[in-house]
Design a protein around this ligand. Structure first.
Ligand code: NAD
Length: 534
């Protein structure tokens, strides 16, 4: 068994008055340190702040199902086949030799965190991220879902042309046991017209309320039949066009529910799936770029305290951009333009060759450098301030262009070409060119696993404030929009009114800090004071 796929018992015990263990829970107290800043006449007045919290994590992972919308697509079939290969330890021949299944590319299963030092050698000690708190093992996820294409999953895997033939040959009988996807909702106005030919597995009719009820019943049935505690519902179907936000139609939970009842034309299939999951109290994650989470959905998730996360998997080009743009700006170098071209030849690329669906992707790819630019007003001019003290526009920004082309010959192997053109010292110029080539679905699949597994974990974590002078409150669940998932997402959805963090490093730090806080540890300090003093 490959080390990333190995099963390990929860192997960490924190010995501290801040952390206690019962059979059911890990409870930890945590000091959240920050600083309040006020600016007056060019002077920054800074007051350090401390808030006390307690986190309570239920230790036993839920028996979890993963229901994907788009199950028969490249991501859906690749995810199922690779889990089955891991579960049954199927090894296969490639032209390089024997290949073992693994979970490389998963932050949870294949990366580590620094947890402290060995007191004798002084060396850092690292543990797998998945050891920090008890998490569902990917092999244990119960798989299911929907697709508008009724091709059985063994044949759909073959259609996807992602996995090596020898793996497909061996895993096909297991895939065949998963049968065919459940029929789904198809409103041709939302995805590209070129998808119509595969839409042969549909829930009949045009009544959106009946469609919602149907999906809710599917989730309940899947949960009962497989004796699950939790079902994560995951959109990995084709990118839809944006929905118009219409006041009175999808701006509040009640308006959205009424619009579903009246089969309003702006309610998309993905929004219906999100509403179904929320009403069933199960988490919903959006792996594609469209605005599934219209304001009415967020309102509904808040009302039902049901978890949601999105948007769009951050697999290749954008992931690198969220590292490289930050590196340049933090190095004091000023990117003037970032130009990104992609071509790909899979069905996702085919769908994105249609203008309205491309638009969704363009929007999701384009905001990724905003926070880095906003954080450095030495390099980029701040927005002008309007009459009421409100900033007008976004201020100075690098030119940023994104192009996607459909080139069938390259199949699932996406090519991404990026040029970073920057101003350097005293009028100099620097150009960095990147050519990135990778099987798209093999980048995306581990992200789907991480998102599903982290989401399940976050449903088991509760918190309460314990600041002195206040009566201890009941433990409460986290806020429904799971911004802690941002590392895996291109256009992270965050709590309304709070800032989006796109920087990959900051996103990882947030996750690491949170997991450690749940066991009562402070985040890694790169201060490494012991290495700086006598
Ligand atoms: P794909 O075209 O191979 O699969 C999508 C599947 O969704 C198809 O089988 C299609 O029949 C099905 N589908 C379409 N509308 C549906 C509906 N209403 N209900 C149920 N099923 C429906 O695409 P893919 O490569 O698997 O990508 C899936 C999604 O993930 C796309 O939206 C893509 O933009 C997004 N994404 C992929 C990556 C990546 O690296 N692969 C990265 C970021 C985002």
């Amino acid at each position: 068994v490959h080390p990333t796929a190995a099963r390990r018992p929860h192997a960490i015990t924190v010995q501290s008055a801040n952390t206690s263990y019962s059979d059911e829970y890990i409870t930890a107290s945590y000091q959240n340190r920050g600083a309040e800043v006020s600016v007056s006449e060019g002077q920054y007045m800074i007051k350090p702040t401390v808030q006390s919290f307690e986190f309570q994590t239920r230790r036993a992972p839920s028996k979890t199902g993963l229901m994907m919308i788009g199950l028969g697509g490249n991501n859906g079939t690749t995810l199922c086949a690779t889990i089955l290969a891991n579960r049954h330890n199927i090894v296969w021949h490639t032209k390089q030799g024997i290949q073992q299944p693994n979970y490389i590319g998963s932050l949870l299963r294949a990366s580590t965190v620094r947890i402290g030092n060995d007191p004798v050698s002084g060396k850092d000690v690292h543990v797998p991220v998945s050891d920090v708190l008890p998490m569902v093992h990917p092999n244990d996820l119960v798989l299911g879902g929907w697709d508008i294409s009724g091709v059985p999953l063994d044949k759909a895997m073959d259609r996807a042309q992602v996995l090596d033939y020898d793996l497909q040959r061996q895993v096909a009988p297991h895939m065949a046991l998963l049968g065919k996807p459940l029929p789904s909702i198809y409103y041709p106005d939302f995805i590209a017209a070129n998808q119509e030919a595969r839409a042969d597995n549909l829930i009949p009719g045009n009544d959106k309320q009946a469609h919602l009820d149907h999906i809710r019943a599917d989730i309940r049935k899947f949960k009962q039949e497989n004796e699950l505690d939790r079902v994560v519902v995951f959109w990995t179907a084709n990118t839809e066009r944006y929905s118009d936000i219409i006041s009175g139609a999808n701006d509040t939970a009640d308006n959205l529910l009424a619009s579903i009842k009246s089969s309003h034309s702006e309610v998309s299939p993905s929004t219906l799936f999100a509403v179904a999951a929320i009403l069933e109290g199960e988490p919903f994650i959006n792996g594609a770029p469209q605005n599934t989470f219209v304001p009415g959905v967020i309102d509904l998730a808040e009302r039902h305290q049901s978890f949601i996360g999105g948007d769009d998997l951050k697999s290749g080009q954008t992931k690198l951009k969220s590292v490289l743009a930050e590196f340049l700006v933090n190095a004091g170098i000023k990117p003037l333009s970032i130009s990104s071209y992609n071509h790909l030849g899979n069905n996702d690329g085919r769908n994105l060759s249609s203008e309205r669906q491309f638009k969704s992707k363009e929007i999701s790819k384009s905001s990724v450098v905003d926070d880095m630019v906003d954080a450095n007003r030495l390099l980029y001019k701040a927005p002008e301030v309007g009459p009421k003290g409100v900033p007008v526009g976004k201020g100075e920004h690098p030119d940023h262009v994104v192009v996607i082309k459909y080139v069938p010959a390259v199949g699932d192997s996406k090519r991404a070409i990026d040029e970073y053109y920057s101003e350097i010292f005293c009028g100099g110029r620097n150009t960095i060119n990147i050519f990135n080539e990778c099987e798209d679905s093999l980048l995306a699949t581990p992200l789907i696993l991480d998102l599903a597994i982290l989401t399940e974990l976050l449903t088991r974590v509760k918190y309460r404030k314990t600041s002195t002078g206040e009566a201890a409150k009941e433990f409460a669940p986290l806020y429904p929009v799971l911004s802690l998932l941002s590392y895996m997402l291109k256009a992270p959805l965050v709590k309304p009114g709070t800032d989006v963090v796109n920087s990959l490093n900051r996103q990882r730090n947030a996750l690491e800090s949170f997991l450690k806080a749940c066991i009562g540890l402070e985040n890694n300090s790169d201060l490494l004071l012991e290495t700086r003093i006598w």
